[in-house]
Design a protein around this ligand. Sequence first.
Ligand code: COA
Length: 597
Amino acid sequence: MRILLISSSYNGLCQRAHVELDGLGHDISITLALSPDDVRRAVALFQPDLIICPFLKEKIPEDVWSRHLCIIVHPGIKGDRGPSSLDWAIMNGEGEWGVTALAAVEEMDAGDIWATATFEMRPGSKASIYRREVTRAATRAIVETVERVESRSFVPEPLDYSQPDVRGQLRPVMKQVDRKIDWEVDKVETILRKVHAGDSAPGVLDTINGEEYYLFGIHEEGRLRGWQPGAIIAHRHGAICRAAIDGAVWITHLKKKNIEKSPFYKRLLGRQKQLDFKLPATMVLRDALGDIPESPIDPLYMEDGKTFKEIWYEEQNQVGYLHFDFHNGAMGTEQCRRLLDAYRLAVQRPCKVLVLMGGTDFWSNGVHLNIIEASDNPPNESWRNINAIDDVVREIITTENKLTISSVWGGAGAGGAMALLAADRVWVREGVIFNPHYKTMGLYGSEYWTYLLPKRVGPVKALELTETPLPLGMKKAKAIGYIDEILPDAFAEYMAQLRQKAEALAASPDYERLLDGKREHRQRDEKARPLSAYRAAELQHMKMNFAGKFYGGEVNYHEARYNFVHKIRPKETAAYLAKHMRLDMARFNELRQPLAY
Ligand code: COA
């Protein structure tokens, strides 16, 4: 079928829908819902059999939904309606939640139901549940809907609140008053839920030292305590620990309330940099932290206690598992340095196989663009950051005493999608999406990608992947040799298979032969062209990008980074997504005239 995806942004779910439907042989084009006329134009040019909206905040124009079947993917159970579905589900402690694919009609989320899928809720932030459970359920519902539309015999179910399985209801937008933390009254469990429900957006508005900030990234603390609820009692690796009436919590990120956007403040601040985006909490509070003590943690943390930790390690049956769960997969300079220290310690452990686990939501998304943007000297910080990440990658590539595996449960983008190739084996969860390109950020890229990627997929595919910034699904990734194994999508099964396969590798009678083979291979490669030469050549390009020189003549890194960090919407849908724009430019130019639909 010809399917048009209409989305507010090309987010993870839209990328997954794109990859899945494309993989099923459908003809896909995408338009961002930047204006009603953009949507109308895309429909007129592409003439779709079906429209699917994986993530849509805007209304579809009536003249579109009344003439075409438009499926809205709503992150709620049957009967749930409104823009804060997941927020309420988390806040109300729902045990089960779901996704519903319904037809667009005049009333929001009230159309006929084409498919639903449910899942068990788990403690976690809204963004994390969206990326994992919602995306998985939505993909099922989308594929089922497409099959049902294709069958031409399926009759969708009208929304009927008298049906026993219609458990949802119309809910209002969740406001800051609903999210507000009362530190004198709320227990840890309530604070966790409130912050999770607003994370990654809009955050919970709170006051610290008389200033207003949005809170993000909450973790329970098991040991530290303080007398004054809400008071900051410790800090660690960018996060702050705050006392609660029955324990304490870590808050990893803050965003300053955006008063500076008012014309008055803009004039007052002049050209001064506005740090009104999410940053590590201690970076935002800076001097306000005073003499609050740091709470140190082992570089290779091996305990099980409740606390905030980005890097930790466990081992079992000759296999070591190194976790590095950096917020949003962004790896700043200091984080890379800590990871390098931890990696070196892990390599010294008496295990035969070392598994690089990455984080729960992302394996890695490369250098930390927010920290770079906030720094006094972004080109210098970019340089420090890329070198720090390169050091980690080099250490993995040159590990001689162990077999290494990248175990990719969360997604990976840009440098992260290249860094994972440094391991000897790459095993990935079925539903993961890679974005193995730097171009949209105006970068040539480093992380030894010019060595690692062509080695796996060949030079032609490497160029194709990096030049056209499209997401890559795992079926295709395996077919082209980017990855070695696809593991199941469900967490328990994924972990069971990962452990079983890693232990089998460690216990393999071939182990010594494989290790010898790896060393010889590396020596051969080093002789052909040293790693340092790849790095130097990549960094030469990066230096130019950091100096503001465009890569490929299109995108300026500093502008692209600014837009990314400040979440500036693009002015138009990128041509590599909007296939309809490529179909008939002449017709497109005709249609640029005001539309008489
Ligand atoms: N630095 C800082 N923050 C990053 C980041 C990075 N490298 N990569 C992702 N993030 C943040 C996003 O700002 C977003 O933050 P928020 O939702 O908490 O506000 C969050 O991570 C999720 O990213 P999002 O873009 O919404 O996820 P996605 O699944 O739609 O897209 C990517 C994934 C990887 C395509 C996209 O995040 C991306 O392009 N990241 C930048 C990669 C990059 O250029 N890295 C630098 C070069 S090595």
